[in-house]
Design a protein around this ligand. Structure first.
Ligand SMILES: NC(=O)c1ccc[n+]([C@@H]2O[C@H](COP(=O)([O-])OP(=O)(O)OC[C@H]3O[C@@H](n4cnc5c(N)ncnc54)[C@H](OP(=O)(O)O)[C@@H]3O)[C@@H](O)[C@H]2O)c1
Length: 257
């Protein structure tokens, strides 16, 4: 089946991360020209750019001006951006119940996830306003659907992305692009640098108790869902949808017995 992405410009934020790299490779395999955004992972982003014939571009997505410059540079390099995958995000590793959660971490997590995604979506939609077409894929999390004890900040940010932001943007984009679409993917636990060192056998057994498929996703599982949603050929009548890539997860195991 054709994705119709050949020759199209695509920007992947967090493109040097685990899921982002898989998205870059999957878009490139469909013939897309990919701008690989990174913040600190310059070497990996440049290596990926060489591998895929794309371009590596740096920006801190929590800084308004840097996001604007990123989109300008990507548009210049690609000649246009047909699709954007907003993959960048931060999961604070430490387990902190809300009564111990410092305001500083709460604000930093919301900024690195929700505000960064807002700034990315805004910059992309400004471009769509001029081009009259575009497809945006946001990345949320099962934390935003089922909550995540010890990470209420992250769960709240992801819920806002994959519900309030998603459902508003899918109705806004058509004001400037009649066929414009916005969708989201909610990965569950996925092997990536974000979860490195966390996913031992015991944890996988515990976290997969509410899953039909008792395994952790590979980054490629998430990337394929992102690319299918980004494609106007495959998902031309799909908008405002949240696709969960989590082996049929139904929720969290709260108690041991
Ligand atoms: N892995 C999982 O189990 C899982 C589960 C659910 C949802 N997710 C979501 O999936 C997405 C990708 O995660 P991943 O697993 O691939 O993690 P990852 O390897 O840590 O990638 C995240 C990327 O986000 C970028 N980033 C973070 N803060 C940024 C900022 N302020 N400005 C610009 N870029 C920033 C980082 O770029 P640099 O490396 O260049 O600094 C990093 O490469 C995230 O939104 C995450 O929340 C992951």
């Amino acid at each position: 089946m054709e994705t119709g992405l050949a020759g199209k410009g695509v920007l992947v934020t967090g493109g040097a991360g685990g899921i982002g790299s898989a998205c870059v490779r999957t878009f490139a395999a469909e013939g897309a020209r990919v701008a690989i955004h990174y913040r600190t992972s310059r070497d990996h982003a440049e290596e990926l750019a060489r591998e895929t014939g794309g371009v590596a571009l740096q920006a801190d997505l929590t800084v308004e001006d840097e996001v604007a410059s990123l989109f300008e540079a990507a548009e210049r390099a690609l000649g246009g951006i047909a699709a954007c995958a907003a993959v960048a995000g931060v999961w604070p590793r430490e387990d902190e119940p809300v009564w111990n959660l410092p305001l500083e971490r709460w604000e930093a997590t919301l900024r690195a996830n929700l505000t960064a995604t807002f700034l990315t979506a805004r910059a992309f939609l400004r471009l769509v306003e001029r081009s009259g077409h575009g497809s945006l894929v946001l990345v949320g999390s099962t934390a935003g659907r089922f909550g995540e004890a010890g990470h209420a900040d992250y769960a709240a940010a992801k819920a806002a992305i994959q519900v309030g932001l998603l459902l508003s943007l899918k109705n806004e984009i058509v004001r400037v692009a009649p066929r414009g679409r916005v969708n989201a993917v909610a990965p569950g636990w996925t092997y990536s640098p974000m979860t490195r060192g966390e996913l031992d056998e015991e944890l996988v057994t515990r976290l997969s108790r509410t899953m039909a498929l008792r395994k952790v996703a590979q980054a490629e599982d998430v990337a394929r869902a992102v690319v299918v949603l980004a494609s106007d050929e495959l998902s031309g009548h799909v908008t405002g949808e949240l696709v969960t890539v989590a082996g049929g997860m139904e929720g969290r195991t709260v108690h041991e017995g």
